[in-house]
Design a protein around this ligand. Structure first.
Ligand code: IPE
Ligand code: IPE
Ligand code: MG
Length: 266
């Protein structure tokens, strides 16, 4: 029998895998997070859903500081989608008040931490008090050059792509852009992450909390080669250790971008 020459197929048991964070290892330059599970966190405690959003805001503060300490350059947080308007008015109103409370209490710390705030989304549809709070925070942190804290607020990726196509079509019509000039980079510049330097535009790691394993209209173009990490932790329970575990998982990935790793080319 020659069977013994065939390597035994390794059993894949993800639940047995423990990711160990290596502080010396690679840390993704851009991490994007779909912060999900606030409502379930509250319901588990027999609290109204908005209590979960309030707690989720505290998580944002903790994770921002932790990501900054780890040397992350861009942290994109999905805070409100273009589809979230479908929620009850009371919840939407609360979510629109959150940025006001968040920035009012947290901007001094953001300044201390050298964090720059950015917001991407259809801001013009937000209530005036939300828009004002956002504008203030952006202005107050504009001098900082550390971590970019990028909130996706009233953001939807299909709408973002449509807007980019419309802008490019307009530029072609006005002879400002050639049809052949519509390249990967040019599309990237027209998307809402276009304000970032080219090498930082696409998240290297996308995390979604709460056990849902879908993208929900988030960064559809940008995540072409992102590593995805799904955790059952609800967003209010997500902490620095969870973040490090997500990064530890990233550190073990073999990113090939369609090619081969050097050692596999033989
Ligand atoms: C994420 O938590 C926050 C927003 C989408 C605004 P959810 O509110 O979606 O919480 P679940 O998914 O209902 O638990
Ligand atoms: C995605 O979460 C949007 C945000 C986290 C802001 P949702 O809770 O809205 O997504 P679905 O409805 O479960 O897909
Ligand atoms: Mg949800």
């Amino acid at each position: 029998m020659v069977l013994r020459f065939f390597p035994q197929k390794q059993k894949y048991t993800p639940e047995e895998t423990s990711f160990v964070f290596d502080p010396e290892g690679a840390v993704p330059k851009h991490i994007a997070i779909i912060m999900d599970g606030n409502g379930r966190w509250a319901q588990n405690r027999r609290l109204p859903r908005i209590a979960g959003h309030k707690e989720g805001m505290e998580t944002v503060k903790k994770i921002t500081k932790h990501a900054n300490r780890l040397g992350v350059k861009v942290l994109t947080l999905y805070a409100f989608s273009t589809e979230n308007w479908k929620r009850p008015e009371e919840e939407v109103n609360f979510l629109m008040q959150l940025p006001v409370d968040f920035f009012d209490t947290f901007v001094p710390e953001l300044i201390e931490e050298n964090v720059q705030v950015h917001v991407m989304g259809y801001e013009e549809y937000l209530p005036t008090h939300t828009q004002d709070a956002v504008k203030r925070a952006i202005e107050q942190t504009a001098q900082n050059d550390g971590l970019v804290l990028n909130f996706a607020l009233n953001y939807g990726s299909r709408a973002e792509i449509i807007t980019a196509i419309q802008q490019m079509a307009e530029e072609v019509k006005n002879d400002e852009l050639a049809v052949e000039g519509i390249t990967d980079d040019v599309v990237g510049e027209h998307l809402m992450t276009g304000f970032l330097p080219k090498e930082l535009r696409d998240p290297e790691l996308v995390v979604r909390t709460s056990g849902e394993e879908r993208i929900s209209n988030f960064l559809l173009w940008q995540l072409a080669y992102s590593e995805l990490y799904f955790t059952k932790a609800l967003w209010p329970d997500f902490d620095g250790e969870h973040l490090e575990t997500a990064i530890a998982s990233f550190q073990q990935r073999n990113r090939r971008f369609g090619g081969l790793k050097k050692e596999d080319k033989k």
